[in-house]
Design a protein around this ligand. Structure first.
Ligand SMILES: *Cc1c(COP(=O)(O)O)cnc(C)c1O
Length: 304
């Protein structure tokens, strides 16, 4: 991995190798921490732009609010720190990881006065599910692990501990020879991927899971706005795995995964088994948008 030169820790930039924590860091033991995944793209004109920074920072604050963690910085301070870290990284594009966590102090599941710590790291990260996957689609499998019940894990919060569920699902399907997992919700409907939201296309209509058991993805939101502006009908409606099997097209969305087409679900080809026209149109519009080629969505870019 190509590292950013500096990591922002609790208000200061430190060298990548100096960004260490104590072994009794509370979040390391119990998983109560909130994080974000943000991408910065190198644009056509050579400048770099962070995609939807304000929305990511808002979600970091929402996740922390749900977890009853009070961030000792303002939203503006975190936005500025993110820009500062990206600038100091020496990278033109990269993946940005802000994390809010509980430091060392008391142990046990009643952290009372542990310090709330914040860090922001950056590294270069290519296509999360592979260049080949972005171009030709990936093979996915419904996991035997379901997404957490809405009253067990908080699905609207990007909380560290929630990713145990994701890792179990991902490891299971990768071991079985697939690229990514689809998790069902506790009622058996399609929920999302291990770190991506899911869309399907049938007869020209886009469908995506409603905001019940899923993380409210910012890429999902961007795709919905782009699709609506293109006049593509879109429904937020739950659907079953067999509806997904018979979709014309399907794709995942996420900051890491970007727009990754799905070519197969549970060994069943989706449509022609390669990215379909709606997926390709949305994928192109998305990459044009993040790279500053689509002036209509300039408000989503924060240039460095
Ligand atoms: C981060 C994440 C997503 C995608 O959200 P984006 O804001 O688009 O990056 C979807 N589902 C889960 C479980 C995630 O962790």
């Amino acid at each position: 991995m190509e590292k950013g030169k500096k990591i922002w820790m609790d208000g200061k930039l430190v060298d990548w190798d100096q960004a260490n924590v104590h072994i009794l860091t509370h979040t390391l033991h119990y998983g109560l921490g909130a994080f974000e995944g943000i991408r910065c793209y190198r644009c056509e004109d050579g400048r770099s732009a962070i995609f939807r920074l304000a929305e990511h920072t808002d979600r970091l604050f929402d996740s922390s609010h749900i977890a009853m963690i009070e961030i000792p910085f303002t939203r503006d301070e975190i936005n500025d720190a993110t820009v500062e870290t990206m600038k100091a990284s020496g990278l033109k594009d990269g993946y940005i990881r802000p994390i809010v966590y509980l430091g060392a102090g008391s142990m046990g599941v009643y952290p009372k006065s542990n310090p709330v710590r914040v860090a922001i790291a950056v590294w270069a990260w290519g296509a999360y599910l592979g260049e080949e996957g972005l171009a030709n689609g990936i093979k996915v499998k419904v996991s035997s692990f379901c997404r957490t019940h809405v009253n067990a894990g908080m699905t609207k919060a990007k909380l560290s501990g929630n990713y145990i569920n994701s890792i179990l699902a991902k490891r299971e399907v990768v071991a079985a020879g697939f690229d990514e997992a689809v998790l069902l919700d506790t009622e058996g409907y399609v929920s999302e991927g291990s770190g991506e939201n899911i869309f399907m296309v049938k007869d020209g209509v886009l469908k995506t899971t409603p905001l019940t058991s899923i993380l409210k993805g910012i890429t999902r939101d961007s795709v919905m706005k782009i699709a609506r502006d293109k006049g593509i009908e879109i429904k937020e409606e739950r659907f079953t795995r067999d509806e997904l099997y018979t979709a014309d097209e399907a794709f995942f969305t996420g900051t890491a995964a970007e727009i990754t087409p799905i070519s197969e679900v549970d060994l069943r080809k989706i449509g022609a088994g390669k990215p379909g026209p709606v997926t390709k149109e949305i994928q192109k519009a998305f990459f044009d948008t993040v790279k500053g080629k689509n002036k209509k969505y300039e408000k989503w870019l924060r240039y460095l």
